[in-house]
Design a protein around this ligand. Structure first.
Ligand code: 13P
Length: 253
């Protein structure tokens, strides 16, 4: 089964509500023309109601950048799956390296969030990736495979490959301008797909979309998304301006 490519904007901690509205208004025509590509916008919580409202009736998938796995309760500062669904949010980034490294999210928390997202009907985009030190020491695969396994182990048996997306984001490539080579992206993502096949069977593995993230730009996107196992991109810096994000969407189609 052919996997539908996805190009996803991760705004990180950027944009006011007004800026989000202007961005969405400008993006909608591009996204509507991009028939073969899923276009997703992962916005900060404060912009989400507007992003989800403006995405309604368009092909844009509105997404959050994080959530907590309990439905409600004494968790000051957190946002739950029912709260996101209430706004019309459809997807959520889980385990971004910035959340793992700056906010101390563990593999166990990431796995619980992924399982909760799937059972709630939110599409999780689960991020995995190694540091420069880990890669230089030959530990890329040990790190990445451990992150993938801990998530897959807790997914319910009924979860199909279409219910989850992975994003391979080598930490040394994020925000540095130092993109992984297309070969390195294919190597890691191909191995993730193989591992998913061992863990959940070939049907699951061939349906799961696996994105690359880390300094994607209009200049380098074509070679990256041309790789056999790479199903699109998760983009920070180059997604903040619609003109540049639109070029990435076009390249993924
Ligand atoms: P950059 O595209 O800015 O390197 O960020 C990648 C990323 O972290 C997307 O989640």
């Amino acid at each position: 089964m052919a996997r539908r490519p996805m190009m996803a904007a991760n705004w990180k901690m950027n944009k006011t509500v007004r800026e989000a509205q202007d961005y969405m208004a400008a993006l909608i025509p591009y996204a509507s023309d991009a028939e073969g590509v899923d276009v997703a916008v992962f916005a900060p919580f404060t912009c989400l109601s507007e992003v989800a409202r403006m995405a309604e009736g368009t092909p844009i998938i509105p997404g959050a950048q994080n959530f907590f796995y309990e439905d409600s309760g004494a968790y000051t500062g957190e946002i739950s799956a029912p709260m996101l669904l209430d706004l019309g949010v459809e997807a959520v980034i889980i385990g971004h390296s910035e959340r793992r490294e700056i906010f101390g999210e563990t593999d166990e928390m990431v796995a619980r969030k992924a399982a909760k997202a799937v059972s709630s009907g939110l599409l999780p985009v689960v991020c995995v990736g190694e540091t420069k030190e880990e890669r230089d020491a030959g530990g890329m695969w040990e790190k990445v495979s451990g992150q993938v396994k801990s998530v897959v182990e807790v997914l319910g048996g009924e979860a199909g490959g279409g219910s989850i997306v992975f994003a391979y984001e080598p930490i040394w490539a994020i925000g540095t301008g130092d993109t992984a080579t297309p070969e390195d992206a294919q190597d890691a993502i191909g191995r993730i797909r193989e591992l998913l096949g061992e863990l959940r069977g070939e049907d699951f593995a061939s349906e799961v979309r696996i994105l690359y993230g880390g300094s994607i730009k209009p200049e380098n996107v074509a070679q990256i998304v041309a790789q056999k196992d790479v199903d699109g991109g998760l983009v920070g810096g180059a997604s903040l301006e619609v003109e540049s994000f639109a070029r990435l969407i076009e390249a993924a189609g």
